[in-house]
Design a protein around this ligand. Structure first.
Ligand code: UN1
Length: 511
């Protein structure tokens, strides 16, 4: 039975002992219960523990966020941005510690842990920069003496629900534009990565956010997350996670007319390798898209759609590169693929692999769990690679596996490549590999996605772009750069400078 190392027990300010942070105070949940967060590369290592929150904790957090809202909303954008800038400095100071914690808690290799921490830094810097940008527009009126403005106002109390695969960057995609715009937040982070979220809040407290402006409540999705998203005094829910849960959140939120929900959900993304592709780009683009984060990004490609003129050569080179992938504990620098997050992740991977075989996959690399030696204590699996001819309605070509599971699908020409790409209910990320500007333009205009790439993998978005998808991947309200639209109202405001009333549209002002 695993035990917590003595040096990791202690007060609320130790990174391994997460607490809720509500109204400027670190506290246990009302239930007093706690849960463990383990390292998926070695499940006998407890990364830390966190409170198991209940509805009473949510109630308190929403009340605190509501009470803090008026003062925060009337603080200037510049001042709010300065606090975010303090936060950015602290992230810089702690970058390496954050990177290692990310790797220990969610398993991704240290290079990816660092990328997550750097993406976190970039997000905070970007949000701080917004504080000195225009917050609206000045528009002329039909009547010369009238000035019309569009101004952005914060919406109020914003609930943020974040996943484990980017345990620092995604909470910050959600929270930082929200905060600079003058809203107050309550974060319910994934129960897989509470320690990363706790770390962020320790830094945010140090950065100097006033009490009640930032709140975190740990716990399970079905209890804490559900109570938070359903709370009638929450104005906005920002959700990143699975389609099934996102849909439920949207449905429940419809009970309140004022509540707005932005969802970022899954993807069944693809790399489209066209007949003129440079294979020196196409092969690594495929490998990175399929296997970075062990296939656990929502922008992971489970499909590589390859023109049949080059598919044999592509397949050979793709497999050669796949065979060079090192799998192991992500704290070792040369590891490319860490473990899956948990047992359920492994079960899902196996289910998808079995289904592909049942549907006629020609298996090229059989994948499977790694259980010997150092692998025995973690959720390690190998890449599963298969070739499959396209048939409409094929489960394994349409449903997200969230694991290193990838199909090579031969097609005939760019139009068929796009048709095959579009045959899924998702629409998040798409990459096309071609030297022909006419072809990528065709793909740009006919494929369904929120993030498109040419001669790149389907992963690796930067924070100064909107991040979101279409169809079942999201409800059209992207995160990161795109978030400000979801957390502000654009109000119309018109001022008359004349000494009489002159109406627009020729409307008579005579009484
Ligand atoms: C996710 O896929 O869950 O675009 C987030 C990327 C990262 C974020 C991915 N910047 O790959």
């Amino acid at each position: 039975m695993a035990t917590l190392a003595p040096e990791t027990k202690g007060s609320g300010f130790e990174p391994t002992y997460a607490l809720n942070f509500v109204n400027g105070e670190w506290k246990e949940s009302a239930s007093g219960a706690r849960f463990e967060s383990v390292n998926p590369a070695n499940v006998s290592e407890i990364v830390g523990t966190a409170p198991e929150s209940v509805a009473a904790d949510i109630e308190e957090a929403v009340r605190a966020a509501r009470a803090a809202f008026p003062k925060w909303a009337s603080t200037s954008w510049v001042r709010r941005a300065e606090i975010l800038d303090n936060f950015a400095q602290l992230i810089k100071r702690d970058l390496e510690a954050m990177s290692r914690l990310i790797t220990r808690e969610c398993g991704k290799p240290i290079n990816e842990g660092r990328a997550d921490a750097i993406e976190s830094l970039h997000m905070v810097q970007f949000a701080a920069g917004l504080g000195r940008l225009p917050i609206g527009d000045c528009i002329s009126s039909e009547i010369p003496e009238k000035d019309a403005y569009i101004r952005r106002k914060p919406k109020g109390v914003v609930a943020c629900v974040s996943p484990w695969n980017f345990p620092m960057a995604i909470p910050l995609w959600e929270m930082t534009p929200t905060l600079v715009a003058g809203n107050t937040v309550i974060l319910k982070p994934s129960e897989e990565t509470p320690i990363c979220a706790n770390y962020l809040f320790r830094l945010m407290e140090e950065a100097g956010f006033p009490k009640g402006v930032i709140n975190i409540v740990h716990g399970k999705g079905e209890t804490a997350g559900d109570a938070l998203c359903r709370h009638p005094d929450v104005d906005v829910v920002l959700f990143t996670g699975s389609y099934q849960v996102g849909k439920l959140v949207q449905r429940n939120a419809a009970a309140e007319a004022h509540k707005f929900v932005a969802t970022e959900m899954g993807g069944k993304n693809a790399v489209l390798v066209l007949d003129d592709a440079d294979l020196n780009i196409a092969v690594p683009a495929g490998v990175l898209s399929a296997f970075k984060t062990s296939g656990q990004r929502c922008v992971t490609s489970n499909r590589i759609i390859v023109d049949k003129k080059i598919v044999d050569e592509y397949q050979k080179r793709f497999l050669d590169m796949t065979d060079r992938i090192r799998i192991g504990n992500g704290l070792q620098e040369d590891v490319f693929m860490g473990p899956l997050i948990n047992k359920e992740g492994v079960e899902k991977y196996k289910r998808h692999n079995a289904k592909a075989i049942e549907e006629g996959a020609v298996v090229l690399r059989e994948g499977g769990e790694l259980t010997d030696g150092d692998y025995a204590n973690g959720h390690f699996v190998k890449p599963f690679v298969y070739r499959m001819d396209y048939r409409p309605g094929t489960f394994s070509l349409r449903e997200e596996a969230f694991s290193p599971h990838v199909a090579i699908i031969p097609v005939d020409g760019v139009e068929e490549a796009v048709r095959v790409y579009n045959d899924t209910d998702y629409g998040l990320a798409m990459a096309v590999i071609t030297e022909d500007y006419r072809k990528w333009r065709y793909v740009r205009d006919h494929a369904e996605y929120g993030l498109g790439y040419v001669n790149l993998p389907s992963i690796g978005a930067e924070v100064h772009l909107p991040f979101g998808g279409v169809k079942n991947s999201g409800n059209g309200h992207p995160s990161a750069e795109g978030l400000i639209e979801s957390v502000t109202h654009r109000v119309a405001f018109t001022v008359n400078h004349a000494r009489e009333i002159v109406m627009a549209q020729g409307l008579s002002a005579k009484v």
